[in-house]
Design a protein around this ligand. Structure first.
Ligand SMILES: Cc1cc2nc3c(=O)[nH]c(=O)nc-3n(C[C@H](O)[C@H](O)[C@H](O)COP(=O)(O)OP(=O)(O)OC[C@H]3O[C@@H](n4cnc5c(N)ncnc54)[C@H](O)[C@@H]3O)c2cc1C
Length: 407
């Protein structure tokens, strides 16, 4: 890797490390040299006393539970899927839900990267700790990550309860739902007045497990999240009228169930239907008016929206470019089947989110540029100054970074 960065520099080429390529934006597009890190997976070291593990940069999230199991450890929180690489996930601010928990970048206790000058740089609490909040969520703009040290927690089990609840009932008490459950999220299915709530509690590792029966998991992953969605989305592209009845059916099939399993099995699912996504982080206090504005927008425009709108929560954190930087956060995510042009819908939702102080997910579609983003992040200028210092020639630049950070 070091040789690749040095060789690219000698030839005046730009170089970009890529994880699983799961970002919806062009953030991982390599204009010249693409550094694929699939061979760079696995455990480098474990600090059992401090419950820290160091992983190679390309390690996919789905491999981490198996690597941590022998040490009785787990990642504190995860997003919806586990196909991403650890470096890609932290670099774009990937997050899950849980009002007391931060995104994956908040679990980073140390990072080793190769700088634009081709040198190894270690950043952790003993080495330039003041830079950790910048490099732990660096948009791939500051260097090529070689290793990531994660602060883990003792392995744990989760109990999840999924219930359909009238949307109005959820909105009336949403802050209590978010505060009283370790993890809480809900999906509102457009064209219904129902939200599918998911409330999850953390339990000790030795708690009795009642995993989702095979049929339940099949309904969730194959039929709903993937199989029937694939059919309905494809059919909905030509016959949008079937979308509302399907949404009602989806709520009926997934609701009202409980299960208990290891944390990573509860937190993540499989997604095989292709879609495009935009997600905005807004102050948690804004979640009700912002979501109401989106429900009114969809009704007013008469769109048939085939994917549920996902609402999640996260704690405030200190990562300079974290969408939850310095504020308790709610996330609102909108999706469209990949064959549908998402622009009109996403642009209109984006305007609403901006009115509510929204910051877009770095790895998901959005229309903002450097000026608007600079206003949203108190440490934005510090990040730009650090980038100037660490990569003055924009060795790690690409079009997306030019748009959001400037040339
Ligand atoms: C189906 C699906 C579900 C998703 N669910 C969620 C979710 O629940 N929550 C959420 O927040 N996001 C979610 N995302 C978004 C996803 O987590 C992010 O886009 C993430 O960055 C993808 O990781 P990746 O390994 O594919 O990274 P890539 O897309 O390959 O890269 C992302 C960035 O990381 C940089 N990068 C990668 N490796 C390195 C390295 N070694 N050194 C330096 N920079 C590096 C790249 O250059 C690029 O800038 C989802 C995406 C999909 C497709």
């Amino acid at each position: 890797m070091q040789r690749a960065v040095v060789a690219a520099a000698k030839q005046g080429l730009r170089i970009k490390a890529v994880g699983a390529g799961h970002s919806f934006t062009g953030i991982a597009v390599a204009p010249d040299v693409l550094l694929e890190l699939d061979e760079l997976q696995g455990l480098v070291g474990v600090d059992e006393e401090r419950r820290r593990v160091t992983l190679l940069a390309g390690t996919r999230l789905h491999r981490i539970p198996g690597l941590l199991a022998p040490y009785g450890l787990a990642m504190e929180n995860l997003g919806d899927i586990d196909r991403q690489s650890i470096s890609g996930a932290i670099s774009t601010g990937t997050h899950g839900t849980g009002a007391r928990f931060g995104g994956l970048a908040t679990q980073v206790a140390g990072i080793t990267l190769i700088t634009a000058a081709g040198e190894f740089l270690r950043i952790d609490e003993e080495h330039q700790p003041e830079l950790l909040p910048a490099v732990a969520l660096g948009l791939g703009a500051l260097g090529v990550i070689v290793e990531v040290t994660l602060q883990c927690v003792p392995a744990f089990v989760m109990h999840e309860t999924d219930r359909p609840v009238p949307l109005e009932e959820v909105l009336a008490d949403v802050h209590a739902w978010a505060a009283e459950n370790d993890h809480f999220e809900f999906y509102w299915f457009p064209h219904t007045d129902v939200a599918l709530t998911k409330s999850t509690e953390r339990l000790p590792e030795d708690a009795v497990r009642h995993p989702l029966p095979v049929v339940g998991k099949w309904i969730d992953e194959t039929l709903l999240s993937n199989g029937v969605y694939r059919v309905v989305c494809a059919a909905g592209a030509v016959a949008p009228a079937i979308t509302p009845p399907f949404s009602r059916l989806a709520v009926r099939l997934t609701g009202d169930r409980e299960y208990t399993d290891l944390s990573h099995r509860v937190l993540t699912q499989r997604r095989t239907v292709r879609f495009r996504e935009m997600e905005y982080a807004i102050p948690a206090a804004e979640v009700v008016p912002a979501l109401r504005a989106v429900t009114e927008l969809i009704a007013r425009r008469g769109w048939r929206i085939e994917f549920p709108i996902e609402v999640r929560f996260a704690a405030a954190d200190d990562r300079w470019l974290s969408t939850a930087h310095g504020r308790e956060t709610a996330y609102i995510a909108v999706h469209r089947y990949w064959r549908h042009d998402p622009r009109e819908y996403f642009d209109a939702v984006e305007r609403i989110m901006r009115e509510h102080g929204g910051r877009p997910h770095w790895g998901k579609l959005h229309g903002l540029g450097r000026e608007e983003l600079a206003e949203s992040y108190p440490r934005f200028a510090d990040f730009l100054a650090l980038r100037e210092r660490m990569d003055p020639e924009r060795r790690f630049g690409n079009r997306y970074l030019s748009r959001v950070l400037g040339e």
